[in-house]
Design a protein around this ligand. Structure first.
Ligand SMILES: [Zn+2]
Ligand SMILES: [Zn+2]
Length: 433
């Protein structure tokens, strides 16, 4: 009787923290299970079933499939209010695990026609386990929640296999935020850049937009039966053609002047990288075509489209000046991960309540498809540290490395942070009684 009275008098925050502690061992166990059974994007069949089964056990309404293997859980609180969404990505990477763990992955599969190893090298196993933990915590305080929590378990954050759609863009397209209509969305990423116990976020642009480009420079192969010492040769007579290798070289250098000389980089940094360049077959033949591919990173949507225009102009005008032509194609990838400033300001105190180690980070030029949700509704994406405390950021293997290691003692903070954000957000926007 006395114990019950104590339980009833506990605040919602205390009950959430207690429940988070209780579910933590289960979350770790679940993370190990998923870690040992990683699946690539759009192929998360086992993970998806595990998620749906678990949500149903908790009495949460389940919608599946969405966006191939996605699962949506809808938890309706006991009081009227708004709708808050939480996202976890479920996919692993084509990487052979090199971490020596009892639950190490030995999975193999085919990816774009090649046989590969599969590993949760980006920590999405932890994201799924944490969000299932959050679902359990919030179910236990369901009657006190003013509003609805939508759990978005998303496939293919790392990109869908060739020729397939997937990830957050497809979740949004298939109505993940529409029924019920989500008012704000939150997501987290575990990282070895910060230590266990730390949270990092940034208001506004936090992660980059990523786009790729392909430039084909068409010159004119020197041709004709030009005979020198009885051998047919071409490279000796460049004036008879248009050399696309020299033109391409000028383009590579000029592209670097877009971030360094043309953009106002005091507003936000940007990067243009040529990652591969191909042309020609031997030393004394001038080829007729050179192809280069590269990536563009930007932190501002206006700068992003400006860079695209400048890349086209630079390549085409330099080609023209040399008598060549350039075909430029730009494929847009993920938008800027943009943390809504008002929402971030509203929720930052909650993050500071769950840990004293909150870092306002520099933007990163990595990308996240969480940004597609943020294009639809205000969102906040933050990082949770899973680097062992005795390691420095330089020593720790980064996400995507075959040595990427998650210190599980950091997962509890992820559960508490998300569950408290849910409760605080819903209470802050609840209709007054
Ligand atoms: Zn990743
Ligand atoms: Zn990731």
């Amino acid at each position: 009787m006395i114990l019950m009275a104590v339980a009833v008098s506990m605040t919602l925050d205390q009950r959430i923290d207690d429940a988070a502690k209780t579910v933590e061992p289960k979350v770790i166990e679940c993370r190990r299970d998923i870690h040992q059974h990683p699946e690539l994007g759009n192929r998360e069949f086992r993970t998806s079933k595990l998620v749906a089964d678990r949500l149903r056990q908790l009495g949460i309404e389940v919608r599946t499939p969405i966006a191939h293997t996605g699962v949506i859980g809808i938890l309706r609180g006991g009081k009227p209010g708004r709708v808050v969404g939480f996202r976890a990505d479920m996919d692993a990477l084509p990487v052979v695990e090199q971490v020596d763990l009892p639950f190490k992955s030995t999975a193999r599969t085919t990816y774009n026609g090649q046989e590969v190893g599969v590993m949760h090298a980006c920590g999405h196993d932890a994201h799924v386990a944490i969000l299932l933990g959050v679902a359990e915590v919030l179910s236990s305080v369901r009657s006190e929640l003013p509003g609805t929590v939508v759990f978005l378990f998303q496939p293919a954050e790392e990109g869908a296999p060739q020729g397939e759609e997937g990830g957050a863009a497809l979740m949004v397209k298939e109505g993940a935020l529409d029924n019920p209509k989500v008012d704000a969305v939150f997501g987290l990423h575990v990282t070895s850049r910060i230590a266990v116990g730390e949270i990092a976020y940034r208001p506004g642009a936090e992660m980059a937009a990523v786009d790729s480009f392909r430039i084909k420079v068409h010159g004119k192969q020197t041709h004709g039966a030009i005979k020198v010492h009885g051998r047919q040769t071409h490279g000796a007579y460049p004036w008879l053609g248009v050399d696309p290798i020299v033109v391409a070289s000028q383009i590579v250098l000029a592209l670097q002047t877009i971030p360094s000389r043309q953009l106002d980089i005091s507003l936000a940094p940007a990067v243009v990288t040529v990652g591969a360049i191909h042309g020609g077959v031997r030393n004394n033949i001038i080829p007729d075509e050179v192809e280069m591919i590269g990536t563009i990173r930007s932190l501002d949507e206006k700068m992003r489209s400006d860079i695209h225009q400048r890349i086209k102009r630079t390549a085409q005008d330099i080609a023209t000046s040399g008598g060549a032509t350039a075909d430029v194609t730009i494929e847009t990838g993920y938008p800027v991960t943009y943390n809504d400033p008002a929402l971030t300001e509203k929720m930052a105190p909650t993050l500071r309540k769950v840990t004293s180690a909150v870092i306002v980070m520099n933007p990163t030029l990595g990308a996240e498809d969480f940004s597609f949700y943020q294009q639809k509704v205000p969102g906040l994406f933050f990082f949770v540290g899973t680097r062992p405390k005795n390691q420095t950021a330089e020593e720790a293997a980064s996400n995507h490395s075959p040595l990427f290691y998650v210190d599980e003692s950091g997962l509890g903070l992820g559960i508490r942070a998300m569950a408290r954000v849910a409760a605080d957000y819903l209470r802050s926007v609840a209709p007054s009684p």
